[in-house]
Design a protein around this ligand. Structure first.
Ligand SMILES: [Zn+2]
Ligand SMILES: [Zn+2]
Length: 381
């Protein structure tokens, strides 16, 4: 859609509204298949112009992530109705007051904006921003605004982004500029899968490339962690662990030295272990794979209340460390340019993880994700 097309004057308040198409979740759905039950409906919505500090983005690509599925199946309950999608690339179309981004600039979204004012933001990337966590929970932009409406009723934003759409309004603090040379489907994946998986490795575990690394759980985040580990390694070996044999083969092709199922892990251990499966049994496997003096970083999001059992003696006697990491313990403004450059140098071939399909196929894509048939599906509006 060209700028200006599909815009109409709204009501007496004089707000400019834009008609957009977006994938809306109106009710939770944990019955499969999603292709049949169609939890996401492509609807025509109204999108308000960006307010101060906000940006209108023309979405060019949006990755489908397990966190989208968790909203649909109720594992991560969010206020509904909501336009999903939180891993995206797009082009700046219009900016509100005080935004330092150029029209036409390629940007990517991050799924937790940083207010840079709260106590958590003062701790570097270690803690999730308190204000961003609150606005994400409320389904608003960081300012508290909601810019989406369906038949005149407000619709919530997913993690400040809502990218399963042709346009989105986001807070500028949810956006990071990326060079025009990075293809949209690559750029999009940098904002969630790579930021989370790579950050678990580099920021939380402090991987330098010299340590042996094991990745447990080879979805988008786990595979991205594996790519980053392979991209920055000097002498370390990489072990990939998943119960899906096809994913193990992919991991070997992407740079893992060894790949095995949890059942065949045996005595294999690594100095750094990343758990990216989001399942309590995977956490136990990851701990089993953590060598003496090693560090386990957990980034998966299991269902609330899911429990793992661990042997504390193994932590004490083996001097092991467990770290929880959200969004790769990242400072996106610092981390994204690193991954962008790593991609440019040919050492982060994210495109090998990506399969593109039209946004209209989003419900079919949910089945492929739930069944582990695809590493990262990127939806094109
Ligand atoms: Zn995600
Ligand atoms: Zn903050």
């Amino acid at each position: 859609m060209e700028p200006g097309v599909g815009r109409d004057q709204h009501g007496s308040c004089g707000l400019i509204m834009r008609r957009i198409h977006a994938a809306v979740l109106e009710r939770r759905e944990n019955q499969r298949s999603y292709a049949q039950h169609r939890p996401l409906a492509i609807r025509q919505l109204q999108l308000e112009e960006p307010g101060p500090g906000e940006v209108l983005v023309r979405i060019t690509a949006a990755g489908l992530c397990h966190s989208d599925l968790s909203v649909i199946d109720g594992n991560r309950p969010r206020p509904l109705p909501m336009v999903l999608g939180h891993e995206s690339a797009g082009i700046v179309e219009q900016v509100g007051d005080g935004v330092d981004l150029d029209i036409g600039q390629q940007v990517i979204s991050v799924f937790l904006p940083r207010c840079e004012k709260c106590e958590a933001c003062a701790k570097g990337g270690k803690l999730p921003c308190s204000a961003g966590t609150a606005s994400n929970g409320a389904g608003t932009l960081l300012t508290g605004a909601r810019r989406l409406a369906l038949e005149g009723q407000p619709v919530h934003h997913h993690l400040g982004v809502s990218a399963f759409a042709d346009y989105a309004v986001m807070d500028a603090r949810s956006l990071i500029p990326v060079g025009a040379d990075v293809p949209a489907e690559v750029a999009a994946v940098l904002g969630c899968a790579v930021l989370t998986g790579g950050g678990a490795l580099r920021n939380a575990a402090g991987a330098t490339g010299a340590q042996d690394v094991a990745i447990v759980g080879l979805g988008g985040v786990g595979m991205a962690a594996l790519l980053v580990a392979a991209g920055q390694r000097s002498t370390g070996r990489i072990l990939a662990v998943d119960s899906n044999g096809e994913k193990l083969a992919t991991a070997l092709a992407l740079g893992a030295d060894e790949a095995c199922t949890p059942q065949s892990l045996g005595q294999r251990t690594a100095e750094i272990v990343i758990e990216a499966a989001g399942h309590p049994r995977a956490f136990e496997t990851a701990l089993q794979a953590t060598g003496v003096g090693g560090t386990l970083v957990t980034v998966g999001l299991p269902a609330p209340g899911a429990m793992s059992s661990i042997e504390p003696l193994g932590l004490t006697a083996g001097a092991r460390t467990i770290i929880g990491s959200y969004m790769g313990s990242a400072l996106p403004k610092k981390d994204i340019p690193y991954y962008e450059q790593l991609w440019r140098s040919g050492k982060l071939p994210v495109e090998k993880l990506v399969e593109t399909r039209p946004l209209a196929e989003v419900n079919d894509a949910l089945d492929a994700l739930a069944e582990g048939r695809s590493v990262r599906q990127v939806l094109l509006p």
